[in-house]
Design a protein around this ligand. Sequence first.
Ligand code: SF4
Length: 254
Amino acid sequence: MKEKVAVLMLLPQCNMTCNYCVIENTFSSFTDLEAQNLLLQLKDQNYTNVILGGGEPTLWSGNVFELAKFAKSLGFFVQIGTNGINLPQNYEKNQDIDRWIIPLDSNRPEIHNKLRHFKNEHFNIIEDVLKKLSTQNKSVYISTVLTQINKNHLIEMVTYLNQYNEFSSNLKSWNLYRLLPFGRGGLKHFDNLKLPIEEFDQIVQTIKNSVRNFKVTIRRNMYDSSNVDFFTFHNGKVQKLEKRPLNHETTQKN
Ligand code: SF4
């Protein structure tokens, strides 16, 4: 049976402005208490795995690392999805986080930084985060959104990640996301950045055939995954987001 995964979107705010950000500005920030209560309810509902995310969870007014500790004490497998900009000292030694989900859209700094905007230096920040997490052998998932801008360089990124993992072996999955026409970035930039589904499938198949020592996870539509649910705080209460199928084309669920 597939594990039940809950994504807590703790706040919408972020310190980046990625071109394809699917986060909406329409929800509010959880309070500490609301987030803890939600974790207790998720436990009762047999969720096994939580992802602490946003927006950017390290900007949350509660302390995301304290929330991770609480989630761990309840027995969850705890993941954090972060852009790595605002991490505290010694984060790589944190014992409550079982997996780090880190964005990287190209092994070429200029391409990554063209999609992920933070003072033109986000690529260097991510390289540093990966280095630190590898020193502690912390499990990492890398997430990449496939677009018109990075599509021609993804095969060379396989070599980059294969080499990284030969040395480090803490990269467990490369998650390949399809751009979605949602949120503050995705909706605006969809027409310029989107890949037709056939091209997306062709690229991910080539990648799958080339990776060596980590898995590849395909996310054609992250908001329509059968075992992953997203939770926000809106109008004074917790809301579980409706699944959002892409009706205008055939998609395979994942
Ligand atoms: S996609 Fe970019 S802008 Fe959106 S939440 Fe993630 S890091 Fe922030």
